[in-house]
Write a protein that binds this ligand. Structure first.
Ligand code: TRP
Ligand code: SF4
Length: 403
């Protein structure tokens, strides 16, 4: 027996090249736990990289391999999780296309990241069809595996929300039973014309636009009908939420806790801020980066006391240091008993100890590219088999079967 698809977890990452500590503590640690609890699909979203970088694609393949090597090196296990590359599963594109037929433009235009990113990346022309379709492609990524849960950060919640709406609309349009209208009409007739009309409108508003208020209003309407039998009420309540076959189930976001891992300057760790420690930074680089980290600006001289709360190094201690060391920092900083370089030493050692085994594995994978390629080929095949199953049903539901 195969597991229900609702126990599937799917997540993707755009290939930005070698990953950093922010990815490790913010995303990958979470994936590591999930891979033992669910049937996980993790993929490199190379097509999504194209939505903003279509002019220069030369770095994409290397970025994909670097990212995948980092996943493997931190312990994402190809025997536990299905690891693959989006463009190697062309079914994603087919579903994207089919969904594009019924997706209202306004849904895409109102996704907050659409305008935000256009503002942020002003140097690029993002008035493209592909960029507008970013969230739809992401929806296809998710729906094609009928994943129940999608681990994402806060910034991606709007994308999961639109995925739910797209799935609901698809099911509404293509998942109706043949005798649906008949059965619905019969039960509705007993409500009287006016109520039946209202019921129909509310149901439509809920199913087509995801209007939750319309749903609860309709539920009250049905429950208040004096002349309906309990059976009829039940039937009408059922029709409200569906009586459509669920071809593409609605996923839930699995919110990843905000990472405690800040960048070297205390801002969010991000390549674009130049404040990262890469998983494959050499040991001396790690040392230099931490030694040159800014500290509490109040500590101009060694004898000036400081406040760890105003220092990004303290945030690193909270991740890498035990109770005792944290105590030492608190006291030493506030009394000027320790110097900043002294304070940074345990952080340097903590990061180096964490990265050492990761880098050893990364080195092995880099030296054996064929191994990595074959692991990923297997992953792509497994993903493809699952994607094909869904597409069979999607084509069937849409009447696109030619046999
Ligand atoms: N948009 C996601 C990001 O930028 C990447 C992504 C693409 C994704 N498809 C997905 C994440 C499907 C989760 C599920 O991080
Ligand atoms: Fe930051 Fe440590 Fe220096 Fe205090 S002693 S300012 S916590 S680096």
């Amino acid at each position: 027996m195969s597991l229900p698809t609702s126990s599937r977890v799917l997540s993707g990452m755009r290939p930005t090249g070698q990953l950093h500590l922010g990815h490790l503590h913010g995303v990958l640690k979470n994936w590591l736990t999930l891979q033992y609890e669910y049937r996980c699909f993790f993929f490199a979203a190379d097509w999504h990289a194209l939505t903003t970088d279509y002019e220069n694609t030369s770095a994409i393949p290397q970025n994909v391999w670097d990212m995948i090597i980092d996943w493997l090196s931190v312990g994402i296990h190809p025997g536990e999780a299905t690891i693959f590359i989006q463009s190697r599963v062309p079914e994603h594109a087919e579903l994207h296309l089919l969904l594009s037929m019924s997706t209202p433009l306004s849904w895409l235009e109102r996704v907050p990241t659409y305008k935000d990113q256009q503002q942020k990346l002003k140097d690029r022309d993002l008035a493209t069809y592909g960029f507008l379709g970013y969230p739809l492609l992401q929806s296809a990524d998710i729906l094609i595996y009928r994943a129940g849960l999608v681990p994402v950060g806060e910034d991606q919640v709007a994308h999961i929300e639109i995925t739910r709406e797209i799935a609901r609309r698809f099911n509404y349009i293509y998942g109706r039973e043949a005798d649906f209208e008949e059965r619905a009409k019969e039960a509705k007739r007993k409500m009287g014309k006016k109520n039946a009309k209202l019921y129909k409108e509310l149901r439509k508003r809920y199913q087509e636009q995801g209007d939750d208020e319309a749903l609860s209003t309709a539920q009250v309407l049905v429950n208040n009908q004096q002349n309906l039998t309990l059976g009829d009420k039940k039937r009408l309540l059922g029709y409200l939420e569906g009586d459509t076959r669920t071809i593409l189930p609605e996923p839930d976001a699995l919110l990843t806790k905000v990472s405690k891992m800040p960048g070297l300057d205390g801002q969010k760790m991000s390549k674009s801020y130049g404040n990262t420690i890469a998983l494959r930074d050499t040991m001396p680089t790690v040392e230099t980066k931490v030694r040159t980290m800014p500290t509490d600006p109040a500590r101009v001289r060694r004898t000036d006391p400081g406040d760890p709360e105003k220092c990004p190094v303290w945030q690193f201690h909270q991740i890498y240091s035990n109770e005792e060391v944290c105590q030492w920092v608190q006291e030493g900083c506030r009394t000027a008993g320790i110097g900043c370089l002294e304070c940074k030493q345990p952080v340097i050692e903590g990061i180096q100890a964490e990265l050492k085994p990761i880098q050893e594995r990364a080195l092995r994978y880099t030296e054996e590219p064929d191994t990595v390629r074959s692991l990923i080929s297997e992953g792509c095949e497994r993903a493809r088999a699952a994607a094909r199953e869904t597409m069979e049903e999607v084509r069937q539901a849409m009447g696109l079967i030619y046999r």
